[in-house]
Ligand binder design. Structure first.
Ligand SMILES: [Zn+2]
Ligand SMILES: [Zn+2]
Length: 475
């Protein structure tokens, strides 16, 4: 046996895709459009505005007024009751201030041109934004509060606006607003971002790979803050047998722990794993919630992994601290797990590297030691085993994994064999072979399921004593 394939099932179950998980979170109403990020602005259908929905004081509204920035256009917007924010946004005139302040300047100018406008009764809701901008402070209060435990430098926004609101805003704006007026959604996001920038330092707003993703439902004013995980690439060496690669839930309680006797309440079948020996110091340093471990394949629990080590990506979930000295982190891991696990080549990574790591199939070198039933002359053993160099094995799914894998025959090439040594009834050799080769089966033949095999060429039973991954020829 050997390596299992790298896409083997994880004891943690399938990994959740954070974004997918997040995006399907309940923005429930049937007529709501899905949450989207800013660059995917939709273009609502053209719809003729009939004016019936709008309150106005008397019969003085001229629906054929020219669009802004003409003074009559601005006057018309004031008459239908747009708020200062929207007046600035669609008014198309340059003033010294932006947002509501800019709008109030435009309004004052219009009043000085036509004092009648001061008498216009202001409706309760702005027909363009339904007073959305009044919620900016409240929304930013909540964003600032829920992000305060976290270190971050980039933020991305996803805003959900009700479809009918987008459509009616669009029909008024395209008819009466100045050419090139900003649409509601980016203006709203800009207002939120400006408020955030005025309160916190050093945050930039991005359209991909943020440290923090914020989604806002403008209808319910629900604000969700998603702290994105950090990914760290490295290679690990496993120096001691008996350590599984990832956390392995207790078989008796299925990881629940509690008063389980089998695991003394830890929920773990094995107290130590490569995942936690590496991940726990990182989780503590970054004050994170948890980790996921993505290895380029995995070795069996009783197999060491030596040489330059096995590539992996550690996913650090919900980190409160993002700024880290990876050299120090690496020293800390190595001193804490001394003699068990060692890491090298740590560097920052991205989510997309997880799939690269999981999909890479690389050749590996192994050293294997086994016991023979019948002692044989050394030169015969060396010659017989060396004859397997370059052969293509046919390997039926081994008995030990057949309960979770479909039976099939694999063809795997043994690239080379070297360093065959014989000491009494113990034999040892090194080999390099294709990814996915069952190496222990190559030696003992798994009752004839692997052909050819060492068992076959030396003609006596073989019992594997140990196996080491000598090197992984990747990266
Ligand atoms: Zn408005
Ligand atoms: Zn248990």
């Amino acid at each position: 046996m050997s390596e299992e394939e790298s896409n083997t099932e994880s004891p943690n179950g399938p990994e959740k895709d954070d974004w997918h998980h997040f995006a399907s979170a309940s923005y429930g109403s049937a007529d709501a459009e899905p949450t989207e990020v800013l660059e995917n602005e939709t273009t609502p259908e053209e719809e003729w505005f009939d004016g019936d929905d709008y309150y106005h004081s008397g019969g003085s509204i001229d629906w054929n007024a020219p669009p802004c920035p003409a003074p009559l256009g601005i006057a018309h917007m004031i008459k239908i009751g747009v708020c200062d924010n929207c007046l600035h946004r669609i008014g198309g005139r340059r003033v010294d201030s932006t947002g509501a302040e800019g709008g109030s300047i435009l309004r004052a100018e219009a009043h000085s041109r036509d004092s009648e406008l001061e008498k216009v009764e202001i409706p309760e809701l702005c027909p363009l934004c339904e007073n959305l901008f009044e919620d900016v402070i409240n929304i930013v209060d909540r964003i600032v509060e829920s992000t305060s435990p976290y270190q971050y430098s980039t933020m991305q926004f996803g805003i959900h606006l009700p479809k009918d609101m987008i459509q009616s805003e669009d029909s008024i704006r395209t008819k009466h607003g100045a050419q090139g007026s900003k649409t509601l959604k980016p203006s709203f996001v800009k207002a939120i971002q400006d408020e955030i920038s005025s309160r916190t330092q050093g945050v930039s707003f991005v359209k991909e790979s943020p440290d923090i993703m914020i989604t806002i439902d403008a209808l319910t004013l629900r604000v969700d803050v998603d702290v994105r995980p950090i990914f760290i690439y490295g290679r690990y060496r496993k120096l001691e047998r008996g350590i599984p690669q990832t956390r392995w839930p207790c078989r008796a309680c299925r990881g629940r722990g509690g008063d389980c006797e089998n695991c003394q309440g830890t929920g773990l079948q094995y107290i130590e794993s490569v995942q936690d020996l590496i991940g726990e110091p990182v989780r503590n340093s970054m004050e994170a919630n948890d980790t996921s471990f993505h290895g380029m394949g995995r070795e069996d629990i009783d197999v060491r992994c030596l040489g330059s080590g096995r590539p992996f990506v550690l996913e650090v979930k919900g980190p409160r601290i993002r700024d880290m000295d990876l050299d120090k982190l690496s020293e800390e891991i190595n001193s804490k797990s001394s003699g068990k696990v060692e890491v090298n080549s740590l560097r920052w990574s991205l989510k997309k590297e997880v799939s690269r790591i999981k999909e890479t199939r690389s050749e590996k070198s192994y050293t294997i030691r086994f016991k023979v039933e019948e002692e044989l002359p050394e030169d015969e053993v060396v010659e017989a085993i060396s004859s397997l160099s370059g052969v293509t094995l046919e390997q039926e799914t081994p008995k030990r994994v057949s309960h979770r894998r479909a039976a099939k025959t694999r063809k795997r090439k043994v690239t080379s064999i070297s360093d065959v040594t014989v000491e009494g009834n113990e034999v040892q050799f090194s080999l390099r072979c294709e990814a996915g080769t069952y190496v222990k089966e190559l030696v003992h033949s798994d009752e004839g399921r692997t052909v050819p095999s060492v068992r076959e060429v030396i003609g006596t039973e073989c019992e594997v004593l140990w196996l080491d991954v000598k090197d992984i020829h990747a990266d």
